[in-house]
Design a protein around this ligand. Structure first.
Ligand code: HMG
Ligand code: MG
Length: 296
């Protein structure tokens, strides 16, 4: 049986856009419950400016309370050296730098051009790797940008290659605003695969137009075996107006089980977590599966 790895991004991508701030205790409870479902990677927070993304302000407290050296990886987003200093002090063993294939999105999201951001990441990645910390890379707007529309697949390939050259063990390709369809995702992946091998790529699909599961199916056919997802379909990006949540982890896990892939995830436990965080936020889960199975 082939395996597919799911990277749970709910505690970061899922919560970063929530109007109602959650306490570090609730975030930790969410992460602890997710850790019991069989997930092997759970993005635990972001060491970004609290003025830009106030919801991620407690990330140091959250990360410090987790066992980042254990079998479950707890990556955190890091935009610059200042973020890296704070992440290392809180015990990070894996970080993620995040760039974009769109100039306008890069400016709005991290106040830097693509070239400037890669320059910043060079120092961040080198220092992290020297400290024995793994580095993942994100590319946002891989098929479309909220400011520029369609993004050229070649640009995605270029930025992906640049991140791989900085030492990122994996490049997560983000359809930040969820506009991709299987055809546009295939076109983008065809270009990226000329620059970075499938085993070094992950798919990160938001579900704005309900296409994320179809896009994952398309990416599986092309050879990707790692996907990011967010429990209860939480999420959105503060710098991408209209973007809905990530594809729900439980919906992806259901797809993968049906397609005969091993994920190691207990679906019943995962649906429990979806209801837990939905209750904490006072809104229903966005996944299909949480409603199909109901409260356990
Ligand atoms: P800037 O304003 O250009 O930074 O922001 P600066 O270097 O000029 O510093 C300004 C102030 O921010 C200073 O404080 C710094 O100390 C502070 P002041 O002197 O004014 O009091 N500062 C920091 N504070 C805490 N942590 C830091 C940090 N750096 C500077 N790391 C910056 C540049 C990158 C910091 C800012 O733009 C930022 O934090 N952006 C993050 C935006 C973000 O988190 N977006 C969401 C995540 S990306 C995403 O969701 C997409 C993804 O899911 C994939 C997909 O779906 O496509 C990954
Ligand atoms: Mg995202």
């Amino acid at each position: 049986m082939q395996s597919v790895k799911l990277v749970e991004v709910g505690p970061r991508d899922g919560l970063q856009n929530e109007k109602q701030p959650l306490s570090a205790e609730i975030k930790l409870e969410l992460i602890r419950r997710l850790a019991e479902t069989g997930l092997s990677a759970i993005e635990a927070g972001a060491f970004v400016s609290p003025k830009w993304v106030p919801q991620m302000a407690g990330s140091a407290e959250v990360l410090a309370a987790l066992d980042a050296s254990g079998p479950i990886a707890y990556p955190v987003l890091v935009p610059n050296d200042k973020g890296l200093d704070a992440a290392l002090a809180a015990g990070a063993r894996e970080i993620a730098v995040f760039g974009a294939a769109s100039e306008s999105f890069s400016q709005k999201n991290i106040n830097a051009s693509i070239a400037e951001s890669l320059q910043r990441f060079e120092s961040v990645a080198r220092r992290a790797l020297d400290a024995g910390v793994r580095v993942r890379g994100y590319v946002s707007c891989v098929v479309g940008c909220p400011y520029e529309g369609r993004i050229a697949p070649q640009k995605v390939a270029e930025v992906s290659r640049a991140l791989a050259d900085l030492g990122c063990y994996e490049i997560s390709l983000g359809d930040t605003i969820g506009v991709g369809t299987p055809a546009s995702v295939r076109e983008m992946l065809d270009a990226v695969l000329d620059a970075v091998p499938a085993k070094q790529l992950a798919g990160h699909f938001h579900d704005t137009y309900g296409m994320a599961v179809a896009n994952i199916r398309a990416a599986l056919d092309i050879g990707l075996r790692v996907f990011d997802a967010s429990v209860a379909g939480l999420g959105g990006c503060p710098y991408a107006r209209g973007a809905s949540g990530n594809v729900a982890t439980e919906d992806v896990a259901y797809l993968l089980a049906g397609e005969g892939y091993h994920t190691g995830i207990d679906l019943t436990k995962l649906v429990d977590v979806a209801w837990f965080i939905a209750d904490a936020l006072g809104k229903p889960p966005a996944s299909k599966l949480a409603h199909a199975l109901g409260r356990q």
